[in-house]
Design a protein around this ligand. Structure first.
Ligand SMILES: C[S@@+](CC[C@H](N)C(=O)[O-])C[C@H]1O[C@@H](n2cnc3c(N)ncnc32)[C@H](O)[C@@H]1O
Length: 360
């Protein structure tokens, strides 16, 4: 196993170029574990690897898959959550569809038969009455958009609008919005105003890289593993403190992605959560075995694994596991500061970020 710092080992120097600017301008979603701030460094490492096709099976915000799309590769982005898969469909799979003004006003136009699930269920929990009514009619409106690319743009815009309007961008806190109102524009704008802006933002992410890119929902252990030159793995890690449950933080967006159809609300929870999804990466007793099985599944591809120094298992263990399936393992390291939350509640953790590259 070799440890390299930010440069490649001597003898391997290849002319490096800057990351594509539109990839670096990817919409910021304040998503837990997002690698958006690390894209220039990830690009530096990726561009030295020989690959035409890539899979990102923990796509989250979609920013790394989008980077690889911007690098001209054929990209498949998957995630086990519905709302993140829709975001990747808008930005990674979608090559040409934009959501035009006429469709936008069709989506937001009130109708007599608009549903009222959000208004009824989340009264006093999230947003204002006006925002909740907007979410009900926009959700119905989005189901009427026939073009899947344009529809995905609408969903991505709706999710980012919710994240901007919701204090701290997580759905663990409920109650009166005015408690958090410190004059910030994001908290002042209505959801409908945010939505209009975000449609523009996601329209601007659309481009065609000349390849058939795909995005869909799947568990990492169910996605077809063969046929990718490179697999970028960014799973959740067992945290040292707190938890890393995506459903706990983003249950509202996961529900909104399907308008809670087929989902069971946990009525006794203050914020009307849905049940969390099991992932073996979140528990000490299952994580090591999950990494082992995952490396075995993707052993025919170059594996690039993101790891943070505050995660379990430790770097040594992961490097040794990867070396069971790959002849050569290089480790690149970079320090990174995570920001989570805002103002007094901000927690900043200085962690070291690693990329483990397994080849051969
Ligand atoms: C650290 S985040 C990925 C962040 C992403 N690389 C980005 O930059 O936005 C981990 C993601 O893995 C997903 N996930 C967790 N367990 C999974 C599983 N078993 N299969 C597929 N996705 C999973 C979560 O929904 C989450 O979006």
């Amino acid at each position: 196993m070799r440890v390299s710092d930010e440069e490649w080992s001597v003898g391997e120097a290849v002319a490096s170029s800057a990351a594509p600017p539109h990839a670096l301008a990817y919409p910021e979603l304040r998503y837990m574990g997002s690698k958006r701030r690390l894209l220039p460094w990830i690009h530096e490492v990726l561009q030295k690897l020989d690959f035409e096709s890539a899979l990102d099976p923990f796509s989250g915000t979609g920013c790394v898959a989008y980077l690889m799309k911007a690098m001209g590769r054929r990209v498949t982005a998957t995630d086990f959550l519905a709302f993140t898969s829709l975001i990747a469909r808008a930005t990674v799979e979608n090559a040409q569809s934009r959501l035009d003004r006429r469709t936008l006003s069709e989506i937001t136009r009130p109708r007599r038969d608009d549903p009222d699930f959000v208004a009824r269920t989340f009264d006093g929990i999230f947003f204002t009455a006006e925002d909740r009514a907007f979410l009900d009619r926009a959700s119905a409106g989005l189901t009427r958009v026939a073009d899947p690319g344009a529809q995905a743009i609408g969903y991505a815009a709706l999710f980012r609008a919710c994240l901007k309007r919701q204090p701290r961008g997580v759905f663990t806190v409920s109650g009166d919005l005015s408690r958090y109102d410190d004059g910030r524009r994001d908290l002042r704008l209505s959801l409908e105003e945010h939505f209009g802006e975000q449609v523009q933002v996601f329209n601007e992410t659309v481009f065609d890289n000349g390849r058939e890119n795909r995005a869909f929902r799947s568990d990492v252990f169910e996605v077809e593993a063969d046929g990718f030159d490179l697999v970028y793995l960014d799973p959740p890690y067992v945290p040292r403190s707190d938890d890393n449950c995506y459903i706990k933080r983003y249950h509202f967006l996961e529900g909104l992605a399907c308008y809670w159809r087929g989902l069971e609300l946990m009525e006794d929870t203050k914020v009307k959560k849905i049940a969390k999804r099991f992932t073996p990466f979140s528990y000490r007793r299952t994580a090591v075995d999950a990494f082992d099985r995952m490396f075995a599944r993707f052993s025919n591809s170059t594996i690039v694994l993101s790891y943070s120094s505050n995660g379990y298992p430790d770097l040594e263990t992961l490097g040794a596991l990867l070396a069971r399936y790959k002849k050569r393992v290089d480790i690149y390291e970079r320090s990174h500061r995570y920001h989570f939350g805002t103002h007094a509640s901000v927690s900043r953790a200085a962690v070291t970020e690693y990329l483990l590259v397994g080849r051969g």
